[in-house]
Every structure is written in C-alpha cells, then in structure tokens.
Ligand binder design. Structure first.
Ligand code: UD1
Ligand code: UDP
Length: 373
C-alpha cells in the first residue's frame, strides 16, 4: 500500500535540507506518494532552492509579506495548512528545523492527528531568546513530533533529557550535509556549474559573509557592519556578502558597506553558487545555522557572529569559533587567522561532525519502520 507523505517547507534552509529526503522518497513510488507544501514564508529565497533541486510544490500557500511579523506569519501559515491537510490526508507530515513554518507544520499535524517527523531535531542552546524565536520553535516541535531525526548523538541526548522516548529518536546525520556534499562533488566533477561570482583578486583573501538573525536586528547589525568595514580596510582582504532580503538586514548593510572598496554586496546566491563561494573563500563569517554545519565539511574556518550556538560539535572540534557581535572581537579573531598561519590551519580542516552525506536514506528507513508498526 502506498503511503502519502506531506513535506511542509517555507524558507531557504528548510528546502535545502528537505530536498535530499524528498528525492530519496521519490525513488520508492510504489511505497510512498510524496507531496510538497511550500508555505512560501520566504518567496525569492525559497524559489531559488526549489529551482536548483527541481522540486515543484503540490501546494503553494504564497504567504510571504514584506516585513512580516511573527504574529502574521504564524497565523497565516497555520490557517493555510488546515486546508492542505484536509486535501492531502497524509500518513505522515515532515517538517525541518526551527522556523515559523516548522512550528506551524508540526502543530497542524498534531491538530489533525497525523504523526509528525521532525528533521534536525534536538538542537538546543537552552536560552529561549537565542536564537529568537528558533529555540522556542525547536522545543515546541519536539513536543509535537512523533518521530525525531537527530543529526548528532548530542542532539539525541538533548531529546532524551527532555523525556522523548528513546525508540522515537533516530540519529541520521543532517540531510544538509547530503546536499552540500552532492553540490561540492558535482562542482568538482563539472556536473554542476555555478553562476559567476564577483571578480576575485588573487592577491587578497576572500571572506564570505552571511547574517540575518532576528536577535541581532538593530544594534547587533550596526556592530557587525562596523566590524566588516574595518576588516575591509586591510589590503589583504576582500569581502563577498550575499545580503539577506529582510529590510532589517538590508538597510544597515547598505548604509555601512555599500560603495566600500574590497566589499562586494551581492543578491542572495543560488545554492550551487553559494557552495562555490564557500569552497573558494578563505574564511566564512556568519550567523547562519546551516553555514556552520557546511563549513567543516568544506574545510573552511567559520567565525560565528552570535553569542550562543545550538551546534557545539564543530566548536568543540576547533573548526568553528563563536565571536559574538562585538566589532573588536570579530576583527581580532579574523586578524588572528590572517596573521597566524598555524591558527588558520588548525581551523581549516575537513571533517563531518553533522553528517556523512547519507542522512536521507536513514530517514527513509526509519520512516518505513515507524509506519509499518
Ligand atoms: C527565517 C526564519 C529563520 C531562518 C531564516 C533563513 C523564522 C521566524 N525565521 O528568518 O529561522 O534562519 O528564515 O533565512 O521562521 N524576505 C524577502 N524575500 C525572501 C525572504 C524574506 O523579501 O525570499 C523578507 C521579507 O520582507 C520578509 C522578511 O524578509 O517579511 C522576513 O522573513 P521571515 O521568514 O519572517 O524571517 P527571516 O528573517 O527570513
Ligand atoms: N545559502 C545560499 N545562498 C546564499 C546564502 C546561503 O544558498 O546566498 C545557503 C547556505 O549554504 C545554507 C543555507 O542557505 O545551506 C542557510 O540558510 P540561512 O542562512 O538563510 O538560514 P539558517 O541556516 O541560518 O537557518
């Protein structure tokens, strides 16, 4: 009997990390019927990923509004999902991560009595305000889910400590690593090609930057921009920064950084081109969750512009460092790497703390066994 599965996704990282699983399940057409619902909490960023992975949503709620508040996106997504669940009547709902779409997808499944599979379960900073609102979304998703796909043993331990039944937790690795390794290998083998990036000056070291966290809006972004402007004054550095479309990000970034020599502010890059940028970068400065996971797999040192991380594994291994949003600290940590080859080489090490590229098959196997009980 074919089981219908509904994947609910809304933002760029959810689509990147669910794509390998959607494609994986589609290899078993006699066993599973896959439907994809895009809430389109993001529009442009989501469409970029769906195009790269050739996923056409069966339902598109098209909900993004400029500068949407958490209240607006939460209520609209939840209301939209009621109709989708009524139409799809799935055997299981899949959500990924910690966004508003993740939380609403899990709640919607729970309201309809449909078991929820949570991909990337068990991440915790244990500070409900950092990252905000993602830490709360993860905690709530864990309460609502029936099957928990943890990327690491540490994430599984976090879930057990919250009394999630151990037989409902599966350590799978993060499917984001399936995606990044697929793209890295495709680029290396010439099967995939990236769009063109700004001209790189071979005499300068490229620092790739991304930043978008809500808890840094306002003063935090002012500080991040001041740090980037100071770094860009160095003759040995060039910065390539694909800017998140959120106006709370764009405005300070444009004010502080546009027109500076050595700084290329670019539109968000499609996933293949962004992986190419990370491959070619010397250092990555970010506050992104996904980029923290991908950096070690590409052997790139990552400085994380946040006070806390829910992804401690690479920090403990020494390839990711938390630097907060204080400009003095960000600049000092980047300069340390620029001037100390040993310190740089200790961080620029390929390892895979978040997955081996085979998370999707493990998630499929665990789902099959869960649904056949
Ligand atoms: C969201 C997630 C965050 C995730 C991030 C990935 C929540 C609360 N936050 O943050 O966890 O890390 O996505 O990028 O779920 N916008 C566009 N085009 C787009 C996307 C966004 O213009 O394609 C602008 C719109 O003005 C939108 C705003 O950005 O209203 C905020 O989007 P939203 O999804 O609410 O939050 P993000 O900050 O993107
Ligand atoms: N990414 C991308 N294009 C960009 C910047 C990032 O494709 O211009 C990818 C990146 O490789 C990672 C994901 O988007 O897989 C991270 O998304 P984001 O930073 O928006 O969200 P987070 O991971 O912080 O939730």
């Amino acid at each position: 009997m074919s089981r219908r599965l509904l994947f609910v996704l809304g933002t760029r990282p959810e689509a990147i990390k669910l794509a390998p699983i959607v494609h994986g399940f589609r290899q078993y057409r006699d066993e599973f019927e896959v439907r994809v619902c895009a809430t389109a909490q993001h529009r442009g960023l989501l469409d970029q990923v769906l195009a790269v992975f050739e996923i056409r949503p069966d339902y598109d709620l098209d909900l993004m509004r400029p500068e949407q508040s958490l209240f607006e996106s939460t209520t609209r997504i939840l209301a939209g999902l009621e109709r989708v669940l009524d139409d799809a009547r799935p055997a299981m709902v899949f959500v990924q991560g910690d966004t508003t779409t993740t939380f609403c997808g899990a709640l919607a499944g729970f309201y309809r009595g449909v078991p929820v599979g949570h991909v990337e379960a068990g991440l915790r900073t244990r500070d409900l305000r950092q990252p905000f609102p993602e830490e709360m979304n993860r905690v709530l998703a864990s309460r609502l889910a029936a099957l928990h796909f943890a990327a690491t043993e540490g994430a599984a331990a976090n879930l057990r400590a919250e009394a999630v039944p151990p037989d409902r937790i599966v350590v799978t690795g993060n499917p984001g690593i399936d995606a990044v390794l697929y793209v890295r290998d495709g680029l290396q083998a010439g099967r995939l090609s990236a769009a063109s990036l700004p001209e790189f000056d071979p005499r300068r070291k490229t620092i790739a930057v991304t930043a978008h966290r809500r808890e840094s809006f306002g003063e935090g972004f002012e500080r991040i921009c001041r740090a980037l402007a100071e770094l860009a004054r160095r003759a040995d550095v060039q910065i390539v920064y694909p800017v998140h479309p959120n106006p709370n990000v764009r405005k300070p970034v444009d004010r502080h950084l546009s027109g500076l020599p050595n700084v290329a502010l670019v539109e968000p890059l499609d996933y293949i081109t962004f992986v190419d940028l990370m491959r070619r970068a010397w250092l990555v400065l970010t506050d992104s969750g996904g980029v923290q996971e991908e950096g070690p797999s590409l052997g790139k040192p990552i400085l994380v512009m946040r006070e806390k991380t829910e992804r401690p594994e690479a920090v403990e291994a020494g390839t990711v460092r938390l630097v907060g949003t204080d400009p003095g600290r960000i600049v000092a940590e980047a300069v340390r790497l620029l001037e100390d080859t040993t310190a740089y080489e200790a961080m620029a090490r390929v390892h895979n703390p978040y997955g081996d590229g085979r998370a999707a098959p493990r998630i499929i196997a665990a789902t099959r066994s869960f649904l056949s009980k």
